[in-house]
Design a protein around this ligand. Sequence first.
Ligand code: AMP
Ligand code: GLY
Length: 423
Amino acid sequence: MKILLVGSGGREHALAWKLSASPLLTKLYCAPGNAGIADIAECVPIPAMDFDGLIAFAREKKIDFAVVAPDQPLIGGLWDAFEAAGIRATGPNKAAAALEGSKGFVKDLCAEYGIPTAAYRRFAQAAPAKAFADTLGLPVVVKADGWAAGKGVIIAHTTAEAHKAIDFMFEGGFGESGHAVVVEEFMEGEEGSFFALSDGTTVLPMAGAQDHKQVFDGDKGPNTGGMGAYSPAPALTPAMEAEVMRRFIEPTAAAMRDKGMPFAGVMYLGLMFTKDGPKLVEYNCRFGDPETQVLMPRLKSDLLTVLLAMRDGMLKDVDLRWSDETALTVAMASKGYPGSYDKGQVITGLDAAAKLPGVQIFHAGTERRDGKIVASGGRVLNVTATGKDVAEAQARAYAAVDLIHWDGCFARRDIGWRALARK
Ligand code: AMP
Ligand code: GLY
């Protein structure tokens, strides 16, 4: 089969790596990809949001199946566009992508179907939003309703901050996504992610993971797209996974069917483990980044077969197999990230690092220039390792990190600390 993978980050490199091992694959293309993906796929310079360009390319190359990894094209309707052109693709469709595309939609769904989440209300105007925020206590959480590239959430620690956040969103601080605002109660606890696949009828549990959002050690500094992750997550015991399927994933899939918008795609559930039990933070409609970089090394089943079954409504016939090992990934970033950073620095040590036991290096923001691999993003590499437990995976990942260098590179040194602290 000829496959077109859409996207360009570490998540896509991990998916490309797993897809390239499939016996069903004859040719893998990636649009637009990066320098790491280019080692295992043919990269074509078509941006993920250029729907016409992607479809023209898929037709020309007679692509059998498109794997759409990022959130923005899914929310924008790339599945619908591919399928209308007669090209099978991984979803969800545009309607069902509301699970990630509208926070208010998800909160209303939770309320209607009894799915545990923080108390909230949804507003179209600032004054009532402020009045409600004042009743919730501090801190209080203010969210732009629409998709804001993961940036639309402000945790306000004072009443003044909350009011400022509400005004900022209604004044267009997060663009269109702030035309409606959700104000919700702050949940205290440990966060975790859980992944499941849905074909619209059958839901299939995948696995749990935990990421590290803050940029500096000890979970300090501003939030990022993710500085590291590991799977499995000790907080997601088998009993907790069963509870998460029963109280979140299955009722959500049933609710989406009920609403006439069956969800066929990756269900990525963000959870808070509060003293009152697990509660939903958010849903995403796709694989997580960097969580995919730790799920793929643990997945023993053929990813392509599984994704085809998800597209074709055949998940009832699929049984996923996982390695018992732990996988842990460390993001290496360029100085300044998540603010502005330099680009074009030459990266050294990649080959030596990749030879270490259990190590797999996924590129997140790299390019090839004059035969050399250079940094081209804020997060540049996801240095990943497997091991018999978190400690071994962590030691192996950092041994690899220590061999890699470019001017201004940095990484957190404590990825996995929560899992290790439990022991
Ligand atoms: P979201 O984009 O909804 O995942 O929110 C981004 C981050 O904000 C989450 O990963 C949490 O760390 C935090 N967050 C969102 N909602 C809440 C809440 N109600 N209580 C506490 N933290 C939250
Ligand atoms: N791990 C965060 C995200 O994929 O949105």
